[in-house]
Design a protein around this ligand. Structure first.
Ligand code: SAM
Ligand code: SF4
Length: 318
């Protein structure tokens, strides 16, 4: 599939649930979330049908996300159904890692290739503060379980929050010295709950390079990846920086998103959504609808002019 700006769209990020077992301050309200009626969430069979349509149109890279994907009943079934589709080259998942210790083995057997694990701090108290739950050990065990099962390369996603974890940049970077693991620093984005937080706590990823000047840029292997990678001298793993705010990567964007409620989003930062669930349930030609939609993928986000998305990340699928 190609959009009207000539970008080849081959990457689908699919959220399989709005629910989560954490309450990260920049993503989900502490008091919990409005309950979404079960009927409004795509069933496992519908997910399979929509993904089949996408794959037949040229999607070959899929990431399962959420909410927290590992709390969805039937997550293994979903992985298995997607993993066996002809044409998928890469099936990955973004998770907070808490349930990975129990599920890594079965996920690998079901056909998952690799995981990105979100972790903003290495300190138990700070972890409890930012996520609302005292679960750091479970995440660290989950990372080891993913490694043991070969869900690799393992990438750790760390959202930089000013005054909270910018003092841990060096500690995170040092993890890549002896371990074959990628640490990726992500700038806090003004989405939903985080619109106010971003204006107060945003720090540019440039801080990573300022704090660890010995990091050297490594050659890019994938131009569509939003991460620019660096390495410590003789470091085993890499350090990625993802700068959606300070340095746009829209020109190379190859991705689209499907929410747990079956809404197609052509850009993370656009409020426009195309309801594929309704089209599917009313028997319309879903491939035609997808192809028409791709034509409308925006050229770039407009964050710099204050055009924000009001849903939270957990509702979109980060
Ligand atoms: N629950 C899973 C997890 O935390 O990995 C998957 C969904 S979560 C929404 C996906 C990613 O989005 C996480 O790495 C999270 O840190 C990131 N995220 C959420 N809100 C964000 C924001 N406002 N700015 C930047 N990243 C954000
Ligand atoms: Fe849950 Fe992930 Fe959002 Fe944290 S970032 S509240 S783990 S969905």
């Amino acid at each position: 599939m190609q959009d009207s700006y000539g970008r080849k769209i081959n990457y689908l990020r699919i959220s399989i649930t709005d629910l989560c077992n954490l309450r990260c301050k920049y993503c989900m309200p502490e008091e919990g979330i409005p309950k979404v009626c079960h009927e409004n969430i795509l069933t496992i069979e519908e997910i399979e049908e929509v993904v089949k349509a996408f794959v037949s149109l040229g999607i070959n890279k899929i990431r399962i996300t959420g909410g927290e994907p590992l709390v969805r009943n039937g997550v293994l079934d979903i992985v298995q159904r997607i993993g066996k589709l002809d044409g998928i080259k890469d099936l990955a998942m973004t998770t907070n890692g808490i349930l990975l210790k129990e599920q890594a083995h079965d996920l690998k057997l079901a056909g998952l290739n690799r995981v990105n694990i979100s972790l903003d701090t290495l300190d138990e108290d700070k972890y409890a503060y930012i996520t609302g739950r005292r679960k750091l050990k479970d995440v660290l065990d989950g990372i080891q379980a993913a490694r043991k099962e070969g869900l690799q390369p393992i990438k750790i996603n760390t959202v930089l929050v000013g005054g909270f974890n910018d003092d841990e940049i060096e500690d995170f970077v040092r993890l890549t010295e002896k371990q074959d693991i990628d640490i990726r620093f992500i700038e806090l984005m003004p989405i939903g709950n985080a619109i106010d937080l971003e204006s107060k706590y945003y720090v540019s990823n440039q801080l990573v390079l300022d704090k660890v000047p010995e990091l050297a840029e490594v050659e890019r292997d994938d131009i569509s990846s939003p991460a620019i990678y660096y390495r410590l001298p003789n470091g085993k793993g890499r350090v990625g920086i993802i700068n959606p705010i300070s340095c746009k990567f829209c020109e190379y964007c190859n991705r689209i998103r499907l929410t747990a409620q079956g809404k197609l989003k052509l850009c993370l930062h656009s409020n426009e959504e195309i309801d594929l669930k309704e089209s599917l349930r009313s028997g319309q030609d879903i491939k035609k609808i997808i192809l028409n939609a791709i034509e409308k993928k925006p050229e770039s986000h407009k964050l710099e002019s204050g055009q924000y998305v009001h849903k939270n990340m957990y509702q979109i699928g980060g």
